[in-house]
Design a protein around this ligand. Structure first.
Ligand code: DX5
Ligand code: ZN
Length: 220
């Protein structure tokens, strides 16, 4: 069963000199969630934002905040991100040696637990914890930067995950290189939450038009 289609703009591509305005524009433009990319310069070769930015975004929108933790040893910071207002916390499979404990800790913080998988990480590796997550985030680029090219070899993994979830109304989030064309491919494969950064936030058009153009290109 595939839950309804949602668009989650990634603020990594936003204009940080006016982040609040850009988030409000995303909400008024029909975004369903806000995707916040946290990077520590160790799990990925880039440093971005932390709980301070999550708290600031929380103050300007009522949309759910999906916090994507591209950090090593995420257990140490789960409470800080929950406190800052995260709705859902995605930890990377590649950074968690004790996933039952980590996912349980996220649940105990009243956040929805999610797992993110790098392009090379097989879907089967999360088969033992499917019942403990509300969403899986399939990376369709190597994490670290916006504006990268979509990796089509990740499409079979999306289909496999939708199969593994069966009747569970779990979200399959796709993250990286999403546009009208790749968006149609991932939806056909079974994804239902599309993270999009550079296609929505860029100087060529307003945020609202970015969202509108994407939905039109998807035929949704
Ligand atoms: C990359 C991030 C993605 C990225 C998507 O590590 O996790 O969310 O912001 O950006 P685009 O849509 O520009 O590929
Ligand atoms: Zn992300």
């Amino acid at each position: 069963m595939t839950p309804r289609l949602e668009i989650a703009p990634s603020i990594l591509a936003a204009d940080f000199t006016r982040l609040g305005e850009q988030v409000r524009d995303a909400e008024s433009g029909g975004a369903d969630r806000i995707h916040i990319d946290v990077m520590d310069g160790r799990f990925v070769p880039n440093i971005t934002m932390g709980p301070l930015v999550v708290a600031a975004v929380r103050r300007v929108t009522s949309l759910p905040l999906d916090v994507h933790l591209m950090i090593v040893e995420p257990d140490h910071l789960l409470a800080d991100f929950a406190q800052a207002g995260a709705s859902r916390l995605f930890v990377h499979w590649e950074t968690c040696p004790n996933l039952h404990r980590t996912l349980g800790a996220i649940q105990a913080l009243n956040c929805e637990p999610g797992i993110a998988l790098n392009p090379h990480t097989p879907a089967l590796l999360i088969s033992e914890v499917l019942h403990k997550i509300s969403a899986v985030c399939v990376m369709t680029v190597n994490p670290g930067f916006g504006g990268q090219a979509f990796l089509p070899e990740t499409l079979p993994k999306i289909a496999a995950l939708r199969q593994m979830f069966g009747d569970r109304p779990s979200d399959i989030v796709v993250d990286g290189g999403i546009n009208g064309e790749t968006g149609k491919q991932v939806i056909a494969a079974g994804a239902n939450v599309l993270v999009a950064g550079s296609i929505i936030f860029n100087e060529k058009h307003s945020v609202q038009n970015g969202l509108h153009n994407l939905r039109r290109a998807l035929g949704k």
